[in-house]
Design a protein around this ligand. Structure first.
Ligand SMILES: *[C@@H]1O[C@H](CO)[C@@H](O)[C@H](O)[C@H]1NC(C)=O
Ligand SMILES: *[C@@H]1O[C@H](CO)[C@@H](O)[C@H](O)[C@H]1NC(C)=O
Ligand SMILES: *[C@@H]1O[C@H](CO)[C@@H](O)[C@H](O)[C@H]1NC(C)=O
Ligand SMILES: *[C@@H]1O[C@H](CO)[C@@H](O)[C@H](O)[C@H]1NC(C)=O
Length: 883
């Protein structure tokens, strides 16, 4: 009687579910990467790819039918085997559900932190229908073949066992070797074993010799990968900061020796306390406060620098990829307006558009995106579709000054716009074309626009546990407020409004408890907020009246009475307002309130379903109307003429219309997730159109520069703002954006030797602004310093988008095993329809060079080095260590 004989149907079904789910998951896993695998190697190594699955299958098969001498262990082994099967079935269903919705792979490593986060669980559950559909299909297939699978593996295992044991007799020989049994172990069974041994040996050989990347990742099998993810714990520690890693790019001098392109000045003046810093500064200014050494002595928990005086905080003077443009002249029309004192900035409204794509701010002809929308329409409907689409976002047209043209080539009809700009044409402020986000994860991106910092290249919002390395806008305004507590007698010439205290307020109609956003907001210095819990509270001044529109919360329009109150408060000369508002309806699944009349923007042509895009476009129109509402409130309360309105997208959003393979932002490097609008709107500023590959890092410096230049700050605050301005990594867009600068000739070694740290004295005048050209390079090699734009791909720790502002190349750099390199030439392929992918930089360069030339190859090699350096450097300046 065989030990693998028939058994009740549940274990065979569970086993079959394991086999079907495990193998299907592996097939999906490989299919997602197959395009970048060299065919020959893939065929050669493919047996090793399913080895872990085979081992899992064998183990579970044994567990599910294990005849112990006594039956009581059988329950346990069946339970364990059944449990593993159910887990694999579930995980595989989630994988397929996720893939069907987004085209991406689930990274189980990020799943651990998801499970403890209720808002995140809601996101996962929003895809529950596709997941259950996948589970049903897998289950059905498993049921259909369960008896075959179960019996066949049983027979197989039996054969293997017989082979190894040489039958029952051989088994006894293990216990009591006897002459007769030894004799039965004859040549014949040996001959049967040899092929099996040969297969095993060659498998082991292949397994050992195969390249680690990508085959180790590809061979991962459920449920082992799951187990690995949950046992691997990483933690954020704010510890001492490592010394900086040298910048990797080298320059070659006349005698053929190579030197690092830039070398940092050690020991800089930031160690002395800034003269403008008040006695008890708000959080965010520790780098101008006491020296880290003093702090360490005073408070042991603050030992910032590891092993001595070097390293430490972010230091703009040592930043090899900072390009300063503050030496440049302010744009002429702006200068004129400032001189005439006609620009007054008493208030700042910073609007972050959730999933706000540049191509939709405003929607207009001439982008690959627009052409993709039109492709869904039949030829005869195209003209009508154009006219509907170009009037979709009229408020965006007026804010940017980019007026769309209709199908006849006339300016789009904006009669129905919910807001009509009162300013004449030629006025309205700065509009940037070419801006990219610093991260496709919303709150990493918001760190850039509110604090002028680059995000931390790890999954999810770990930044919430750390000190932000630059002061954020609310903290700067709070610093301004501190000076207003003491009456200032000498400065009574200035307008009274400049003496009002700033009031930073954060508003969004959705929850802020997703992934520690509430903590981050507090760390950024927001003391007032209106969020979903405010709208739902029993003490709410204005209770939410509508229904929730997505798994995060309500439509933005629920905030209207709060926004109005804030504007009135500002208008009545009580406060200087800083409002930061993040929109929400443009988030997946793009539902709008029931009473919103949806329009049909998409046709039926093409192989994909256009419903999602249609919902997204309607949500974008809903937000455009809401922006018009905000602008109307500014007009009606009478503060529009003294309010700067900054509009920026947190990130884009890739749809099937952009890229059939992969949608969404999660682990998707596609360019449509990165192009965002960037507008600095002020009715009294002349219109300046800027074409620059800038990022949201420019927002804080531009606002500070504008406040100073338009005389919108009193003397003391103006001094502070001017001192802070050069400390940020981004450029001020009031002046021409510099994509790169030539390093001038080297000043000689003598004057660059390391200076000892000046003693920390409470009153040291800030040094004059360092010149733009401080980095070292040899006189004979006029090295170029470029603006490197880094874009962290959601969830943050796996892929980095690397571009330089002056060239059209783009690299997606993998930060973790299991992700590929990808190269695109945005000049020739603006929609990234034909990325070149590879598992190593070497093979990528080999493929890119024949198509795009040596220059692209050289750039790729630089880009990889700078990208990797940047990742290390970001962790250092954030004070982050993996524990
Ligand atoms: C613009 O649209 C409005 C209403 O939609 C219409 O009344 C008006 O005639 C249109 N103007 C032009 C020039 O087509
Ligand atoms: C607010 O202050 C400004 C400048 O002092 C003044 O011109 C304006 O009339 C005041 N507005 C109100 C509503 O008090
Ligand atoms: C804003 O300024 C413009 C011209 O500079 C003026 O026509 C308009 O009345 C002002 N609006 C308010 C609300 O003061
Ligand atoms: C911005 O980048 C694009 C490619 O992404 C490039 O073609 C263009 O020249 C750059 N623009 C500027 C002003 O550097």
């Amino acid at each position: 009687m065989s030990i693998f004989a028939y058994s009740p149907p549940l274990p065979p079904f569970l086993f079959s579910a394991l086999v079907v789910s495990g193998l299907a998951s592996k097939a999906l896993h490989i299919a997602l990467h197959i395009r970048s695998l060299p065919f020959l190697y893939f065929v050669l190594y493919s047996p090793t790819l399913i080895l872990p699955d085979v081992l899992v299958i064998i183990c579970v098969r044994l567990l599910l039918r294990f005849h112990a001498p006594e039956g009581r262990w059988q329950w346990l082994s069946t339970a364990v085997g059944g449990g593993l099967s159910l887990i694999t079935w579930g995980a595989s269903s989630i994988q397929f559900g996720f893939f069907l919705q987004t085209g991406a792979e689930v990274a189980w490593a990020a799943g651990g932190s998801f499970l403890s986060d209720p808002a995140a669980m809601k996101i996962l559950l929003s895809g529950i229908s596709t997941v259950s559909a996948a589970a049903t299909v897998l289950g059905l297939v498993a049921w259909l073949i369960h008896s075959h699978v179960y019996n066949l593996t049983g027979l197989g295992l039996q054969a293997i066992r017989d082979l190894c044991m040489g039958g029952y007799k051989a088994r006894y020989t293990l216990i009591a070797p006897s002459k007769s049994c030894m004799a039965s172990f004859d040549l014949r069974s040996l001959r049967r074993i040899i092929p099996a041994v040969a297969i095993c040996v060659s498998l082991i050989f292949l397994e050992v010799t195969r390249p680690e990347i990508p085959y180790d990742h590809l061979s991962g099998a459920l449920p082992l990968t799951l187990l690995e993810a949950f046992t691997k714990k990483s933690a954020t520690v704010e510890g001492c900061r490592e010394p900086a890693v040298p910048f990797p790019l080298m320059t070659v001098d006349a005698s053929g020796n190579s030197h690092p392109l830039y070398q940092p000045d050690s020991f800089v003046e930031q160690w002395s306390r800034a003269s403008w810093l008040p006695e008890n500064p708000p959080k965010g200014f520790s780098r101008w406060d006491m020296s880290p050494h003093d702090r360490a002595v005073k408070d042991n928990s603050y030992s910032y620098v590891c092993g001595g005086a070097e390293g430490g905080f972010y230091n703009p003077k040592n930043d090899p990829i900072k390009v300063r443009n503050l030496g440049g002249e302010i744009y002429e029309p702006l200068k004129k307006a400032f001189k005439e004192h006609s620009v007054q900035v008493n208030h700042v409204v910073l609007l972050t558009l959730e999933s706000g794509r540049k191509e939709m701010f405003p929607t207009q002809q001439g982008t690959p995106f627009f052409d993709n929308l039109l492709a869904s329409h039949k030829k005869k409907d195209v003209e009508e579709a154009i006219d509907r689409l170009v009037t979709m976002t009229p408020v965006a047209q007026q804010l940017t000054g980019e007026y769309a043209t209709d199908s006849k080539g006339n300016r789009a009809n904006l009669t129905d716009s919910p807001w009509k700009t009162p300013t004449e044409e030629g006025m309205g402020g700065l509009n940037v074309r070419g801006a990219m986000t610093g991260s496709s994860l919303t709150f990493k991106s918001i760190l850039g626009s509110h604090c002028g910092v680059n995000p931390l290249p790890v999954d999810l919002l770990e930044e919430a546990a750390l000190e932000i390395y630059q002061p954020c806008l609310p903290q700067i305004f709070e610093l301004f407020n501190e000076g207003k507590l003491t009456p200032d007698t000498k400065d009574n010439s200035k307008s009274e409004a400049l003496k009002n205290p700033w009031k930073p307020v954060f508003m969004q109609s959705i929850t802020d408890d997703y992934d520690r956003q509430d903590v981050l907001n507090e760390n950024m210095g927001f003391k007032h907020k209106v969020v979903k819990s405010t709208l739902e509270s029993s003490h709410a001044k204005y209770h939410a009246s509508g229904k929730e529109i997505n798994y995060f919360g309500y439509a933005e329009t629920e905030l209207r009475p709060y926004v109005w109150d804030l504007f009135e408060e500002a208008a009545n000369n009580k406060t200087r307002m800083f409002l930061s508002h993040v929109t929400s309806t443009t988030h997946h699944p793009w539902s709008t309130p029931d009473d919103f009349m949806k329009q049909s923007y998409m046709g039926e042509q093409g192989s994909i379903n256009h419903d999602l895009m249609n919902n997204y476009l309607n949500a974008a129109r809903f937000v455009d109307i809401w922006l018009g509402d905000i602008m109307n409130m500014l007009d009606r309360t009478g503060i529009a003429n003294e309010t700067l309105v900054v509009v920026v997208g947190d990130h884009g959003q890739a749809f099937g219309e952009d890229n059939k393979d992969m949608t969404g932002t999660y682990e998707n490097g596609h360019i449509s997730n990165f192009r965002v609008p960037l507008v600095f709107h002020h009715p009294q500023m002349p219109r300046v159109d800027i074409t620059a590959n800038a990022t949201a890092l420019t927002i804080v410096p531009t606002i500070l520069d504008l406040l100073v230049q338009s005389n919108s700050l009193d003397e003391r605050d103006s001094e502070i703002a001017s001192a802070l301005l050069p400390e940020y990594q981004g450029q001020s867009l009031l002046r021409p954006f510099l994509a790169s600068i030539k390093e001038p000739s080297h000043k000689g070694h003598g004057d660059h030797h390391r200076r000892p740290p000046p003693p920390p004295s409470p009153k040291t005048e800030p040094e004059p602004e360092p010149s733009q050209f401080e980095a070292r390079s040899h006189p004979d090699s006029p090295a170029k310093r470029s603006v490197w734009n880094m874009g962290l791909i959601n969830a943050g720790g796996s892929m980095l988008s690397v571009t330089t502002a002056s060239v059209p190349y783009r690299l997606i750099l993998p930060l973790k095993e299991g992700f590929e390199y990808s190269f695109t030439h945005l000049g020739e392929d603006p929609n990234e329809d034909h990325p070149i992918k590879a598992w190593t930089l070497k093979t990528l360069i080999e493929e890119v060079t024949p198509k795009h030339g040596e220059e692209s190859a050289a750039w790729l090699s630089d880009a990889e080095q700078v990208g990797k350096w940047w990742v290390t450097e970001q962790k250092r300046i954030w004070g982050y260590r993996e524990a």
